[in-house]
Design a protein around this ligand. Structure first.
Ligand code: BES
Ligand code: MN
Ligand code: ZN
Length: 492
């Protein structure tokens, strides 16, 4: 989809989208031809349409046998227009344009814009491209978006900044949609080896470096916790290492981004039920977020050094699967009693984290994982849980969250609950029982971060949507890509 500034108003417009403030005056819209102003004024009066926030009115207007689709969208009070609202309004109007099969839309805004030109361009492009996304490749008759262009009819003092914003928004959206594609692919298509192959293609396309370790190398590294989870599957595990170095300063920090990469989670011998299993092809959403973020930061040429790691495997049952009750020795040397084979994500993550710290010498750890159903129960599908040992990182990620619209809420790393993950016969056990599951899973991870500044994101609730809403369609949200990309911009 093309998104640009309209320099000359054209005689004929196939589709116009009008974002207007509450009770705003249509006649004040620059560039909008008078005959359209008149037509709109009549409908607005007739239907008592007030342009309240999020309201929509869509109708055709025919003149000299040519049809113009008119889409009116209310922005409410322009003072309340923030990134979230603006993205949502773009989503509402673009969704309508796609519904009526518009090809070329002209966007008019009738309000004093509180967003900067850079912001406006970013949010417009990001929201339009996220809204247009559909995972339709397996449909015999795919319904794709018809919309090829949005021309913005607006006089900017600084069109250059707007265009830069569009470029950035495009990078954010493209990386998010890449992650959505990876997550939406089912487990018969995306398994550890094929995930690594896709990651290699992404690396080649965007220009970051990548290395993939197979079974032998993982065994030599003694990543036994990771290996234990994957050994019930016929599909071999892969350790995917992605590196982007944008800061040549030898003293610069390297940030480790670690994504949970369970390409399928049946639960293992502590088997999930059918309902709990059907979405478990999405248990690599953290991995997808890391791959997408690597693409975005390379594209943006950020001045940061990042190591992305995915320990990819499948949690299955078979004669070679790990058992409930097994005691395993993680790469760090700490032993773990497996009291639940379905608490597998943390076992893969701790070996990836330990590897990143001990072998790759990363200075800060950010992990992202569909780790606990409890995070979904607590925060629903719009807020991810964040747990951290570092106040400065928390501030940064909170501001990244405000920018990106990916909501987060902090849970405590409450020390006394460590008792819940102690074992009589090993250093730790892999679950803390039914209560405070998101907290105890993070406390488990914390044992392996060696005191480094660390953020844990639990995206079990936010990785998927079961219906379209705002910029999201059915399926993967690509959550994490925009949040982490913005966080890395703030760490630049
Ligand atoms: N991948 C699941 C978590 C999950 C659940 C993600 C629902 C998305 C939606 C994870 O591996 C898991 O099974 N966690 C268990 C942990 C429990 C056994 C301590 C859970 O949340 O039930
Ligand atoms: Mn599980
Ligand atoms: Zn899982």
């Amino acid at each position: 989809m093309k998104i640009d500034l309209l320099h000359k108003p054209t005689e004929y417009m196939e589709t116009v989208i009008i974002l207007q403030e509450e009770n705003g005056d249509i006649d004040k819209l620059e560039y909008l031809p008078e005959y359209l102003q008149n037509a709109i004024n009549i409908v607005v009066k007739q239907d008592d349409f007030h342009f309240k926030y999020g309201s929509l009115k869509s109708f055709p207007f025919i003149r000299s046998r040519k049809r113009t689709n008119i889409i009116l969208c209310g922005i409410g009070n322009p003072k309340e227009l923030d990134n979230d609202r603006f993205r949502n309004l773009i989503a509402i109007s673009v969704r309508e344009a796609i519904k009526i099969e518009a090809k070329e839309a002209y966007l008019f805004t009738g309000f004093k814009n509180p967003l900067s030109e850079l912001h406006f361009g970013h949010m417009l492009a990001e929201a339009a491209l996220l809204t247009e996304y559909r995972f339709n490749k397996y449909l015999s008759e795919p319904k794709s978006s018809s919309l090829q262009a949005i021309h913005l009819a607006m006089d900017f003092k600084n069109p250059h900044m707007f265009n830069r914003g569009v470029l950035e928004g495009r990078i954010f959206a493209e990386a998010t949609n890449l992650a959505r594609d990876l997550v939406n692919e089912p487990a018969n298509v995306i398994y550890p080896e094929s995930l690594a192959e896709v990651a290699k293609k992404v690396a080649l396309k965007y220009g970051f470096s990548i290395e993939v370790f197979g079974l032998d190398k993982i065994k030599r590294l003694k990543m036994e916790a990771f290996l234990a989870v994957g050994k019930g599957s016929k599909k071999e595990p892969r350790l995917i290492l992605m590196s982007y170095r944008g800061n040549p300063d030898p003293k610069a920090n390297t940030i480790g981004l670690i994504g949970k990469g369970l390409t399928y989670d049946s639960g293992g011998y502590c088997l999930k039920n059918c309902q709990g299993m059907v979405n478990m092809k999405n248990d690599m959403s953290g991995a997808a977020a890391v791959i997408g973020t690597m693409a975005a930061i390379t594209n943006l040429k950020l001045k940061v050094n990042v190591l992305g790691i995915v320990a990819a495997c499948e949690n299955m049952i078979s004669g070679s699967a790990y058992h409930a009750g097994d005691i395993i020795r993680s790469m760090s040397g700490k032993t773990i009693e497996v009291v639940n084979t379905d608490a597998e994500g943390r076992l893969t993550l701790i070996d990836a984290i330990h590897y990143a710290i001990s072998r790759e010498h990363i200075d800060e750890v950010i992990d992202i994982a569909t780790l606990t159903g409890a995070a979904a129960s607590t925060f629903g599908n719009q807020i991810s849980a964040v747990l951290t040992n570092n106040g400065a990182l928390l501030n940064k990620i909170q501001s990244a969250s405000e920018f990106s619209g990916e909501k987060i809420w902090q849970l405590p790393l409450y020390e006394p609950y460590k008792e819940l993950i102690t074992s009589e016969i090993a250093d730790l056990k892999n679950t803390g029982g039914p209560f405070a599951g998101t907290i105890t899973s993070a406390l488990f991870l914390q044992e392996f971060v060696a005191g480094k500044p660390w953020i844990h994101l639990d995206i079990a609730g936010t990785a998927l949507r079961d219906k379209e809403q705002g910029i999201y369609s059915y399926g993967a949200t690509g959550v994490g890509v925009r949040l982490l990309t913005q966080l890395l911009r703030e760490l630049e």
